[in-house]
Design a protein around this ligand. Structure first.
Ligand code: PMP
Length: 436
């Protein structure tokens, strides 16, 4: 068909016919997005949208420096990563230098799921203990091991009932909405420690504790103070290792901290990274100690054909250069701080705004029907996202109740765009009748 709207609908039908049904897309009638520039997305019917969701592109869309570096490298060489070339050495050195001692040894992979999977295998291999403790309501990936430790209900409503026997879960340490809200957030750590001690007492000590370092599924909520310190100490006391999932939280998005674990003042044994590393190109990494990496040699095998390929390494280096040269972590502090203030002010005008979570440009706006009971405003959030699209903003819900707007735009977003987002939200909430 020549009509662009018809062509978009046809393409969607073809997509639905050939894609596995578990792979969903945003919106019932999504715009067809074929171009992006910085924090903007452009549809084929000529509209421009502000992109509030793309944490895989911290530098923004179509970054010229990445484009030029990739093109140059593709013209020269892209190959299986067993060959010897400089880019992979430089990239691995740069990554290792971003982590504190004793984390000095890097594995390069292609995604967050692979990174968490390998992180768990390293922990289980090095500790010699197959049991793993994970936090409920978290998402860590789709591979066998990363899926096993993922229990967010939005991704799998049967998550808890379908865990393999080696996975043990602890309560989700959500200070805003969890069981101990308003009581004592320190109880989450005490309870997690009790689970870890209980496993050891039962002769099944955990080989690993895995969690995000800043709580993503709940909309970017900081873990209770001291949580990771206590839980890491407990798992280590029984011979296990601390695995940090920095796939969403890491790489400067939090603004004040490059890594989420810095906010908790801990150093994990194994750090899993992805998303932002490649600005959309598939890149992931696991960084650990030489000792843990060496012990894995006796337990398992690692080789990734394209992990750390010449092109991937050049992308990784270019992203790190641009993050530094454009001071995007600083931008996350400045624009993120301003945006958080603007969003907080919306709570005075709209009762449905229950809380604004997060740090830097990793924010969550939680919508509730009642500020005392915290009844989630799930349908309202879906309605709001549809209206926001009409008004030119791509924003999506997260959380087990899908009542939190996840706010994780490209880190290059400026104050003008942040104000546009806040003004548009204000307008949409008013239109939906949630003012006052
Ligand atoms: N861990 C976290 C915290 C994530 O948010 C994600 C992706 N949403 C993953 C792991 C998996 O990463 P990927 O989609 O790159 O496999």
């Amino acid at each position: 068909p020549t009509d662009p709207a018809r062509r978009t609908a046809d393409l969607l039908e073809r997509r639905d016919a050939v894609f596995a049904t578990v792979q969903e897309h945003y919106y019932a009638e999504p715009p067809r997005i074929e171009r992006g520039w910085r924090h903007h997305l452009l549809s084929t019917d000529g509209r421009s949208y502000l992109d509030i969701v793309n944490n895989v592109t911290p530098l923004g869309h179509a970054h010229p420096r990445v484009e030029q570096a990739v093109t140059r490298q593709l013209r020269r060489l892209n190959t299986n990563s067993r060959f010897h070339y400089a880019a992979v050495v430089e990239f691995t050195e740069r990554l290792a230098a971003l982590l504190p001692e004793p984390l000095d040894t890097v594995f390069l992979v292609n995604s967050g799921s692979e990174a968490v999977d390998l992180g768990l295998r390293l922990a289980v291999g090095a500790s010699g203990r197959p049991d793993v403790v994970a936090v409920r309501e978290a998402y860590h990936g789709w591979t066998y091991a990363s899926d096993a430790v993922s229990t967010s209900l939005q991704d799998n409503p049967n998550a808890l009932a379908t865990r393999p026997g080696w996975v043990h879960t602890v309560d989700s340490p959500n200070p805003y909405r969890g069981r101990h809200r308003g009581v004592d957030a320190a109880r989450y750590a005490a309870e997690a420690v009790a689970v870890i001690d209980g496993l050891a007492a039962a002769g099944q000590p955990a080989g690993a504790f895995v969690s995000e370092t800043f709580y993503g599924n709940a909309g970017g909520v900081a873990l209770p103070d001291g949580y990771l310190d206590q839980v890491y100490a407990a798992v280590r006391r029984h011979g296990g290792l601390a695995v940090a999932d920095e796939v969403q939280a890491g790489y400067g998005r939090l603004g004040h901290w490059f890594w989420g674990f810095e906010q908790q003042r801990v150093v994990p044994d194994i750090v899993c990274v992805a998303k932002a590393m490649g600005n959309g190109h598939p890149l992931g990494a696991v960084i650990t100690t030489r000792e843990i990496a060496d012990r894995y040699r006796e337990q398992g095998y690692f080789f990734s054909s394209t992990g750390g390929s010449p092109v991937s390494s050049v992308v990784g280096l270019t992203v790190l250069d641009a993050l530094r040269d454009e001071d995007l972590q600083g931008n996350a502090v400045r624009v993120g701080g301003h945006l958080k203030e603007r969003l907080r002010a919306l709570a005075d005008r709209h009762r449905v705004v229950g809380a604004v979570h997060g740090s830097g440009l990793y924010l969550g706006l939680e919508l509730v029907r009642d500020r005392a009971t915290l009844e989630p405003a799930t349908e309202e959030t879906a309605e709001l996202c549809d209206l926001m699209l009409d008004l030119g903003v791509v924003v999506q819900p997260t959380g087990d109740h899908l009542n939190i707007l996840k706010i994780k735009p490209p880190l290059c977003i400026d104050t003008v765009a942040a104000d546009f987002f806040a003004d548009t939200l204000d307008l949409a909430l008013t239109q939906l009748g949630h003012a006052g």
